[in-house]
Ligand binder design. Structure first.
Ligand code: AMP
Length: 282
């Protein structure tokens, strides 16, 4: 119980600084929280569950492929964007200011996001879950440095898709307000041009029971998506270099829709003969 109230105080203190730049001591505190939320690992990466990261521009499909791989490999899929949206829907006193940052396509502070992630990892630890697939974290070099300071990342998958497809995918994204399922009403068909092959991505339509409950994310408007892409290039592109220089980055060009991309991804990860591949793809 004492641990629990310490955590709440820590979170409240950090949420107060959500819209300011984190100081070194704020970050030091957040990084210690992250470290204690992770299991002690003496295995040197051998024999433990995977610790992977998905990088890529908004709309590329990190959530889709991270969720499928997490089912396949039996590790939690942790999307920091989902953690932020949960925080917003809790409608705490600071939600309006957090919503303003998110809805303008900006990043929230490293300290806040690390606090939200620590809380999620603590839950995982309590449930006995090990390993993870992170989606949307790290998004700044500072976040990557802090993560590196507290645990080993085995692999970073950098998903890539042409920009016109990214924008269309964000604008077509719909979420079921009840089951939180992710769908897409866009039919993307980009002609072959300049040596690039034709790209066809059919819509991913919801089942009938979700049709009347679909909502659009407030940050999926054209203006905000363009700003999120700009912020990605400025703040998150350097994270690709961070992992590239450590030999951990796997570049992955999505060839099109889910069926062909999923099979190609499994081959790239040497998972195509994994016993549960068929179930995860269903
Ligand atoms: P996403 O669902 O990944 O597109 O994230 C939605 C929004 O949550 C982002 O546009 C940011 O405002 C915020 N967010 C998610 N992850 C991070 C992160 N690692 N660092 C800072 N802000 C984040």
């Amino acid at each position: 119980m004492a641990v629990f109230s310490r955590l709440i105080c820590r979170r409240a203190a950090s949420l107060r600084s959500f819209c300011t730049k984190s100081t070194d001591s704020d970050l030091h505190r957040a990084s210690s929280a992250l470290s204690s939320a992770l299991p002690v690992d003496n295995s040197n990466g051998k024999g433990r569950n995977v610790q992977w990261v998905f990088l890529g521009c908004p709309g590329v499909g990190k959530g889709t492929y991270a969720a499928r791989l997490s089912t396949l490999l039996g590790v939690p899929h942790i999307a920091t964007g989902d953690l932020v949206r949960q925080e917003l829907s809790s409608r705490g006193p600071l939600s309006p200011q957090l919503a303003e940052i998110v809805n303008q396509g900006q990043l929230i502070s490293d300290e806040i996001i690390i606090d939200l992630l620590s809380k999620r990892l603590e839950n995982a630890l309590v449930k006995g879950e090990t390993g993870f697939i992170l989606d949307g974290f790290p998004r700044t070099v500072r976040q990557a440095e802090i993560l590196e300071g507290v645990t080993d990342i085995d692999l970073v998958i950098n998903l890539k898709l042409r920009e016109e497809a990214l924008i269309a995918k964000c604008l077509g994204r719909r979420i079921c307000s009840e089951c939180q399922g992710n769908y897409n009403v866009a039919c993307i068909d980009i002609k072959a041009e300049d040596g690039n092959p034709r790209m066809y991505m059919p819509p991913l339509l919801p089942p009938p029971q979700c049709e009347s409950k679909l909502i659009t994310r407030a940050d999926d408007t054209e203006l905000v998506v363009k700003e999120r892409l700009r912020v990605y290039n400025e703040m998150s592109r350097p994270v690709e270099d961070f992992y590239r220089s450590r030999g951990k980055l796997m570049e992955f060009d999505l060839p099109g829709g889910i069926p062909e991309s999923w099979q190609k991804l499994l081959r790239a990860l040497n998972l195509d003969d994994h016993e549960d591949t068929r179930t995860a793809a269903a």
